[in-house]
Design a protein around this ligand. Structure first.
Ligand code: ADP
Length: 326
């Protein structure tokens, strides 16, 4: 493999606040270190359909504070097929790219891993997802902002819950991971969280009725992770109506508002550090790793480990929530 001169950067999958800060960091750090940078638009679609443009430092000015991604993001069906990836590789070569930085969730990093193996392309991943569901990193770009958005919304809903003495099930994102629901519940003082990690182990509704979720409370708020494994907030509201009549139940689904908004200081700093570390990794000859953070230190995590979907939920957090919601 020859010397790397030109680095392509793309954002893929679900958008997350802080992706722009990451694009800025990768671009500026690359240019600082003497690389050429090309922005690839709409995730892997930009590679397949050749929507690629050279970036200078000014292309990433004034974006650190913006949610979303200036490179746009997309889900790309074509990239799921070997033929589609072949076309992507043709464009990669045509554009003179020597390496890729991919900012996205586990789907995007899975795609990167396959592309890297098939065509011997050096790929570096950055964990960009509000769900915090990538392994080998304590946190992901966008997770802290989404948590803050959730607690702002829950604080507001609590005013109504308290005034009307209601039980609210609030559905939050997270796919098959309960980090947003669990830490969102702790941070907003909610009574409980229903998370996919425990969906098959226990009946979480019965558990929460047993542990201090009492009618004597004026109001109660339960955060439910949206996931086929939990069945979502509507499912639990129906169950309460049928199995525990007497509660006045309401459901609120926070939906896409959790994905937008100005990134927090935490996410901006994380994205900046990871972005700069991606370029360090390329300089070091690293490939096919996700840059993560562990105990406030930068770590390089092989793609195979990052996408394993086995990131554990700390039981200590579950205990804290239980103890503090009496
Ligand atoms: P996220 O990165 O947020 O998890 P997705 O799971 O939707 O989002 O993945 C984003 C994109 O990554 C997909 O649209 C596809 O282009 C690519 N991708 C995902 N999984 C694969 C795969 N197994 N093989 C090739 N590309 C994939």
């Amino acid at each position: 493999m020859g010397r790397i001169k030109c680095i392509g950067i793309l954002t893929s999958g679900g958008d997350a606040p802080g992706m722009n800060a990451a694009i800025r960091a990768v671009t500026r750090s690359a240019i600082y270190n003497g690389f050429k940078v090309k922005g690839i638009y709409r995730g892997y679609k930009g590679l397949v359909f050749n929507e690629i443009k050279e970036f200078g430092t000014q292309n990433v000015s004034n974006i650190i504070q913006q949610g979303g991604t200036i490179l746009k993001t997309a889900r790309c069906e074509e990239f799921l097929t070997p033929e589609g990836r072949e076309v992507a590789f043709e464009n990669y070569k045509k554009e003179g790219l020597d390496a890729l930085v991919i900012i996205g969730g586990d789907g995007s990093l899975t795609g990167a891993r396959i592309f890297a193996e098939e065509f011997d392309v050096p790929c570096i991943g950055l964990p960009g997802t509000i769900d915090n569901d990538l392994s080998g990193t304590d946190t992901t770009i966008g997770y802290d902002t989404a948590l803050n958005t959730i607690i702002e919304a829950v604080d507001k809903i609590r005013d109504t819950a308290t005034s009307h003495e209601r039980l609210f099930f609030i559905e939050v994102m997270g796919r098959d991971a309960g980090f947003l629901a669990l830490n969102g519940a702790i941070a907003s003082g909610a009574e409980a969280a229903i998370i996919p990690e425990f969906a098959t182990e226990v009946d979480q509704l019965e558990e929460l009725i047993k542990h201090g979720f009492r009618k004597s409370k004026n109001s109660s708020i339960v955060l439910v992770a949206e996931s086929p494994k939990t069945g979502g907030a509507m499912h639990y509201a129906e169950r309460v109506k049928n199995e525990f009549p007497g509660y006045e139940v309401r459901v609120s689904i926070l939906g896409h508002l959790q994905r937008g908004g100005r990134p927090t200081a935490h996410d901006r700093i994380l994205a900046s550090r990871l972005g700069a570390a991606a370029i360090d990794a390329i300089k070091d000859g690293q490939r096919n790793v996700m840059i993560g953070i562990e105990n406030d230190e930068i770590v390089n995590v092989p793609f195979s480990k990052a996408i394993k979907k086995d990131k554990p939920i700390k039981t200590e957090l579950v205990d804290v929530l239980k103890e503090l919601s009496i």
